[in-house]
Design a protein around this ligand. Structure first.
Ligand SMILES: *Cc1c(COP(=O)(O)O)cnc(C)c1O
Length: 389
């Protein structure tokens, strides 16, 4: 019998070994300077990340959830307004709407990609009884692959709705336009939100977030909102928040940003290994795995498979756990069925593709430092699980 391995879903410590010297050097400089709030690292990081993404303004904030919440407020979305979004995402996507007293309209996702279904978005924009009150759309580039940015841009122009891209999982992902141009996720929406939560592709050692935009006015508004709505210290134009990125996190993120393309390359390579192993072992009979498409660059924040037979997902998860392999379920319950959104009036059956995904998907270990040996072990164990059928 082969030896049991421990394979984590995500591991921050392996990466630290490689960047430790640089991290400690930058942190020492921060602590020595005594300048720990809104210092030079925050300014430089904002500049460097806006260059990386090719946008005019990058405004760092305390976390990705705030990046969304401040964006909704900066677009003047408020009580009586509606915002279209997906029920298959992290909670913060929809709470950003509700925290601004507006109402989410959920629409279902696409079967193979798990992203919001833009056909249905257009249908709602055309036929919803309150369609004139629909102010915005928050699409999510789920697991690291962009929604169709070309189509999103067309919807933005044709329906005059504002767009907030939720890029928490997608930094660096790209969409190729039919003209041959390409754009990064986070460059089409009016305001676009990123997260630097430690597990994200660009993750700090604590919380962090970012809003990006090419619109100067909106950028100024977000800059104000993150410091209690003050345009000048102690003079408040509106009620905002305390939502700043720490100097300490910025100092670390600057190092990681330099390596981001390398981290993404490694993730893509890991995804290709998984795909190849699954194919070789004939596992495509039992599971779907993320296929490669040449119109986008998927950055594999998560590598998510789905089982073809619903009954098997939880058993597979348990079997892998018994064999030392950690997996994740993103997400076990659609947002339309969350208790806190009961008042919105959705019920089971409203979004069948989302509901199916909550029962069939499983995220496998994925991070840049995952070894080929570990991946082979994961696939071998999945094969072993299905061999018993
Ligand atoms: C992580 C995440 C967020 C929130 O980011 P935090 O930094 O954890 O607040 C929002 N949306 C999605 C899709 C996410 O994955």
């Amino acid at each position: 019998m082969e030896e049991k391995m421990q394979v984590p879903l995500f591991d921050l410590t392996r990466q630290y070994k490689k960047i430790k010297k640089d991290v400690l050097k930058n942190l020492d400089a921060v602590f020595t300077s005594g300048n720990v709030i809104m210092g030079s690292n925050v300014k430089m990081f904002e500049k460097e990340v806006s260059n990386y993404l090719g946008v005019k303004n990058a405004i760092s904030v305390a976390n990705g959830s705030d990046a969304l919440r401040l964006s909704v407020q900066a677009l003047d979305i408020k009580k009586g307004d509606y915002v279209i979004t997906t029920p298959y995402t992290f909670f913060a996507t929809a709470s950003s709407i509700v925290l601004n007293q507006a109402t989410p309209i959920f629409v279902d996702i696409e079967e193979d990609f798990f992203n919001i279904d833009l056909d249905q978005v257009e249908k709602v924009l055309k036929t919803h009884p309150k369609k004139e009150r629909i102010k915005g759309i928050i699409p999510v580039h789920l697991f690291g692959k962009t929604v169709d940015l070309e189509r999103l841009e067309n919807i933005k122009n044709n329906y005059k709705v504002t767009i907030i891209e939720d890029c928490a999982q997608s930094i660096g992902s790209v969409w190729y336009y039919s003209s041959g141009d390409k754009k990064c996720s986070g460059t089409v929406g009016d305001l676009n939100a990123f997260s630097f939560f430690p597990t994200k592709n660009l993750g700090g050692y604590g919380d962090g977030g970012l809003v990006v935009t090419n619109n100067e006015k909106l950028a100024d508004r977000v800059r104000k909102l993150r410091v209690h709505g003050a345009s000048k210290k102690y003079y408040h134009d509106e009620v905002g928040y305390n939502s700043r990125l720490d100097e300490v996190q910025a100092a670390i993120l600057r190092i990681k940003l330099k390596n981001l393309d390398y981290y993404i390359e490694r993730r893509i390579q890991k995804a290709q290994y998984y795909n190849k192993f699954f194919e070789e072992k004939g596992l495509d009979k039992y599971i779907n795995y993320p296929k490669y498409f040449d119109n986008r660059v998927h950055v594999y924040h998560q590598y998510v498979i789905s089982v073809k037979n619903e009954e098997e997902r939880d058993k597979l998860k348990k079997f892998l756990k018994e064999n030392g392999i950690e997996t994740g379920i993103y997400y076990p319950l659609g947002l339309h069925l969350q208790k806190c959104f009961e008042n919105l009036g959705y019920k089971e059956g409203d979004f069948p593709i989302t509901e199916k995904a909550t029962r069939t998907t499983l995220a496998l270990p994925m991070f840049p430092e995952l070894t080929r040996y570990e991946q082979e072990y994961v696939v071998r164990k999945i094969k072993e699980f299905y061999a018993s059928f």
